[in-house]
Design a protein around this ligand. Structure first.
Ligand code: MN
Length: 504
């Protein structure tokens, strides 16, 4: 069963009538084979569907009309097995609303050295046919992904699979609704942004609700519902001794269960995929939603603290992209540093709200004071994050555009136990190293909040940004600060001019 069983990527091959019906029949059969091998690959999360060989301008235009109208189609893979004159594609490409991946492959992997003749040459023309195809998309300034290599090559199949995951993320954000309880944390800049611009760019809608709307539901939750949910907690988590049934702090766990039940029903009823809270607006709630937010994230909801709707949306989108893969995804914050010269690292955490999908499996439920917000001590899950590769992604609003910043990181195990730290935590070394990575991040204006994922590579987010038409900046093992700062300057100019370039 596919991870995204209800979604399709349409596979299409361009050609023309110059070569006669026999060649076109062969082209169709070969394209069918390529599409079905991609479809059957274990890593492919969506259905790859071969539709037809396109040979005329009308066929091509009608194909894109059908793709636009299809609810199931989340992207199109194009390939020119033979030469397909690209003026035929202009009207179709002009109206295309689905992400495009241009697969530059050839049916026959190897040259048949002893037997190669003009029939072989006429059938295997992607080497030049795909260049004509590439020209028209460059001429029209179309965003697309180019993947090069033989269609049975594992790396090619993997690149395509990750691109389809990015396309699922793009589909998700266009339909995403974010519920925002309260507004922004007062005076904070980076969590603000233009929600109208975001809806125009991404399709997502972000709407505010008074926390009183939630409080009403919280107060209406029955004791029986809470009893049931707390039984689930007892099965899943290791309870600290002072919060077990019969202990005075047990009531604090029950209160988070009350919030979880109310919040879940609010989100389900409104069709929301993500939500934000803020500790500055909890009027009528006894605790900041801690455990409740953690558990909703673990079930796939996006979350942003302090009104951070951009990262709430991003957590949701990255969770969708990584569905079915190993590793989790969480809201995250660069919290504090270990700057010892022998091994600098970041301790990532939040006041409470880190998703247990990224844990090392040992999750403890605890109750501690919060220190800010003036509310009762909230229950929260406390855990470590296992060693391994991960990344932090941040989406910011620069006024004239949205910028995505990604920093790849290596998570490491703590040097020692952290017995007094009352929150879930991740320790990582940013690439290429803490000094360079943090400097690049700060030059780029990346937020202190991020979406942290162990499940997908940076490539997936780069593909997503290409589909969304936004800026993508990567800080990884190759990052050089001089080049990175130049990239920032050039991008400023590019995005200033980009809309004008579209109309050339
Ligand atoms: Mn925060």
């Amino acid at each position: 069963m596919k991870v995204f069983e209800n979604f399709e990527v349409w596979f299409v091959t361009g050609s023309q009538h110059l070569y006669g019906p026999e060649t076109l029949k062969q082209v169709a059969a070969n394209a069918q084979t390529v599409a079905s091998v991609l479809n059957e690959a274990a890593v492919m999360p969506v259905n790859i569907v071969f539709k037809q060989v396109l040979t005329t301008p009308d066929e091509i235009t009608n194909y894109f009309i059908a793709a636009n109208a299809s609810e199931k189609c989340i992207g199109i893979i194009t390939w020119c097995h033979t030469f397909s004159p690209s003026k035929m594609w202009i009207n179709g490409l002009k109206i295309s609303q689905k992400p495009i991946l241009h697969l530059h492959t050839q049916f026959n992997r190897d040259l048949p050295w002893a037997d190669i003749d003009m029939d072989f040459m006429n059938l295997n023309q992607a080497a030049h046919g795909d260049r004509e195809h590439g020209f028209i998309m460059s001429r029209m300034r179309l965003n697309r992904k180019v993947v090069v290599g033989h269609w049975q090559d594992e790396e090619v199949i993997s690149q395509i699979a990750y691109w389809t995951r990015a396309a699922m993320g793009w589909y998700e954000i266009q339909h995403l609704k974010v519920a925002r309880f309260g507004d922004n944390m007062r005076q904070v800049a980076v969590t603000e942004g233009d929600k109208v611009a975001a809806q125009i760019q991404f399709g997502l809608s972000v709407n505010g609700y008074g926390v009183g709307d939630l409080v009403e539901l919280v107060n209406a939750v029955s004791d029986a519902e809470i009893d049931n949910l707390v039984k689930d907690y007892e099965k899943q988590y290791d309870f600290a001794d002072n919060i077990k049934k019969g202990q005075p702090l047990h009531e604090h766990v029950r209160y988070q269960a009350r919030i979880e039940i109310a919040l879940r029903s609010f989100l389900e009823k409104g069709g929301f995929g993500a939500f934000t809270t803020t500790f500055e607006d909890l009027h009528g709630l006894k605790q900041l939603p801690g455990l409740a937010s953690q558990r909703l994230m673990a079930d796939g909801y996006g979350f942003g603290a302090e009104g951070d709707w951009k990262h709430a949306a991003l957590v949701r989108v990255l969770k969708v992209m990584g569905k079915g893969l190993q590793g989790g995804c969480s809201f995250m914050e660069d919290y504090t540093y270990h700057l010892h010269p022998s091994g600098m690292k970041v301790l990532g955490a939040h006041m409470l709200e880190i998703c247990p999908s990224i844990s090392d499996g040992k999750v403890k439920l605890e109750v501690h004071p919060l220190g800010i917000g003036g509310k009762a001590d909230p229950a929260r899950l406390v855990f470590n994050v296992p060693a391994g590769e991960a990344l932090n992604a941040s989406l910011i609003d620069l006024g004239n555009r949205f910028r995505m910043v990604v920093n790849t990181v290596t998570c490491v195990t703590p040097d020692a136990d952290l017995p007094k730290l009352p929150v879930a935590r991740a320790l990582w070394v940013p690439h290429p190293d803490l000094k360079t990575g943090a400097a690049a991040w700060i030059y780029a204006g990346g937020a202190h909040h991020t979406a942290f994922t162990q499940a997908i590579p940076a490539q997936c987010i780069e593909d997503f940004c290409q589909m969304a038409g936004i800026e993508f900046l990567l800080i990884d093992k190759q990052t050089n600060l001089t080049h990175f700062q130049n990239e920032l300057r050039w991008n400023d100019l590019y995005y200033h001019l980009a809309n004008a370039l579209k109309n050339l």
